[in-house]
Write a protein that binds this ligand. Structure first.
Ligand SMILES: *[C@@H]1O[C@H](CO)[C@@H](O)[C@H](O)[C@H]1NC(C)=O
Ligand SMILES: *[C@@H]1O[C@H](CO)[C@@H](O)[C@H](O)[C@H]1NC(C)=O
Ligand SMILES: *[C@@H]1O[C@H](CO)[C@@H](O)[C@H](O)[C@H]1NC(C)=O
Length: 295
């Protein structure tokens, strides 16, 4: 034990303290159970000795954490996380953040809304995030919580009803390309953080403070529909077959979120991974994410 301490101390002395990492899990997942992000946290700690990892728990227990992923309004979740990050003394010099699935767009909202109130976020890594929303929910999360089927049915017919928006997290990023008008005005979360109707310049400034915004898309994703949303792509408005890339979208052409400038400055990074949703190997993650962005 004593030797291990000395060893860690020496590593710290030689390499400096590694930048802390914040994780936000996805739908049907939790911060800390071994079947969820618990194992991933241990993996990061073994590859980056001495790193502090804060895997965010939304709620007072793992069960609450799992349920809040479905039923707690993302605007409230984001506010909770802003407070948690501001109050964590180990993050005070800045940190990197990794979002899993919906945790990616939630972390982006944290950066945009609270970037000026929390320690600097250096690199934001989005793993299979739904930045232009989803139109479909073909499969459910890893834990197969019974809520998932209920969620799916509700979204298909009532996503933009106000009571659904406020009681179902997934409804707030439901994006119906056949009804852009409802999406823009009735989504209480995604359309707002995407500056669809009103441009909040604070969002642009805060996002642009990132060193890198890394967007990982899973080429064989069967959970996220359409998978292009992981790179800010989406259906062309008015139909649901033809896709537009970020660069062809209104968001980019009108530069409503400052992404054009970020791309020009080399801050926007597009990575694609073979395989299904969030399926990557340790080796892949070390090579593509840890070595370039987290070390
Ligand atoms: C945690 O517990 C407190 C006290 O019961 C409660 O007020 C609070 O809402 C809970 N937090 C979350 C995020 O559910
Ligand atoms: C823009 O976003 C900031 C940060 O969340 C917020 O404080 C401000 O009120 C917003 N501005 C408007 C006009 O909504
Ligand atoms: C992913 O899909 C492509 C075709 O779309 C296929 O060629 C490839 O083998 C698939 N990869 C995996 C890992 O399933």
């Amino acid at each position: 034990m004593k030797l291990l301490f000395i060893f860690l101390y020496l590593i710290k002395l030689i390499y400096g303290t590694p930048t802390p990492i914040v994780l936000w899990h996805g739908m049907g997942d939790t911060c800390c159970l071994a079947v969820s992000l618990g194992t991933f946290k241990v993996f990061l700690e073994s590859v980056i000795p001495g790193v502090y990892v804060n895997s965010l728990r939304i709620g007072n227990s793992s069960i609450e954490d799992l349920e809040n992923g479905y039923f707690l309004n993302p605007n409230k979740q984001v506010q909770l996380v802003c407070n948690m990050l501001a109050e964590d003394p180990q993050l005070k010099d800045g940190f990197n953040a990794i979002g899993f699935s919906q945790g990616s767009q939630f972390l982006r909202a944290v950066v945009q809304r609270c970037g000026h109130k929390i320690p600097p976020v250096k690199n934001l890594i989005s793993l299979g995030g739904q930045h232009q929303g989803v139109y479909g929910l073909p499969h459910c999360g890893v834990l197969m919580h019974p809520s998932c089927d209920y969620v799916r049915q509700l979204l298909n017919y009532a996503a933009y009803e106000h009571w659904v928006q406020t009681s179902l997290a997934q409804a707030t990023y439901w994006h119906d390309p056949l009804d852009e008008e409802s999406y823009q005005h009735k989504s209480i979360f995604l359309s707002e953080i995407n500056n669809e109707v009103f441009i909040n310049t604070t969002y642009i400034e805060n996002l642009n403070k990132l060193e890198h915004f890394v967007l990982v898309k899973f080429n064989n994703d069967t959970i996220v529909q359409p998978r292009e949303t992981e790179w800010f792509g989406f259906y062309e408005p008015g139909q649901s077959e033809k896709m537009l890339t970020l660069q062809e979208s209104k968001l980019y052409l009108e530069d409503r979120l400052g992404l054009k400038k970020m791309e020009k400055d080399g801050k926007l990074v597009f990575i694609s991974a073979e395989g299904d949703h969030l399926r990557f190997s340790d080796k892949w993650f070390i090579k593509n994410i840890i070595t370039p962005y987290l070390k």
